[in-house]
Design a protein. Sequence first.
Length: 268
Amino acid sequence: MARRKIITIDESLCTGCGNCETGCAEGALRVVDGKARLVKEQFCDGFGDCIGSCPTGALKIEERESEDFDLTATARHLRKTQGEEAVHKMEEANRRHAQAEQEGVPAMPCGCPGTLAQTLDRDAGDGRPVAGTTLPPHVNVSELAQWPVQLHLVQPGAPFFKDRELVVLSTCSPIASADVHWRFLRGRALVVACPKLDHTEGYVEKLAAILKTSAAPRVIVVRMEVPCCGGLTAIVRQATALSGRRDLELVEVTIGLHGDVVAEARLT
């Protein structure tokens, strides 16, 4: 036994959504009787990759006396319960964590690649400011048709929601991708939220109220590829269920760290 970092679960906040099971590459968490449980202390590496996938803030890292993380036992557990692909996923996560430690990058609470300091390989041109230059038409025109946009500030029943498709946009997506306005905002209503850094209490209820009153035919979740952003999709799923709407089309679009669309899927 040694004092180390390990996950802890606040059962009063846990809804049993199961997102943490997907977020944990080590298979250390499982939903039992409607609540997330730590399967075994030696399966938890203490990096907290699962935290960003939890939409309610039920998961936290604490430092206490615990069994050491056992890589061999964890691989055996994953191979038995989820198969060889899960073992490869865990080994990749372990290499990423080890690299972060070696490079002196502090482990972040969500363990996601978007929190690691890095410089993207871009063509910097001649370094002159862009002001005054001619931009492509789809970049140069704002498609924003409403204020406010932050989910805390918008009100259900606002006229700009009526009969429009709704885009639920992560805070980082429009920074990563230059064509978010052209690709996603044209003719649509918008709410902006961050499942990791916002105080998300009430988000599910507010979104559900918007969906009830707006008659939106489709909801498009635009999120980043980092695990933290999975919480945004979870919030939308819960809001849809709470709204009672059965006619909604739900779409998830994932933006890569370099700004490209890396995945698009219809949610069931």
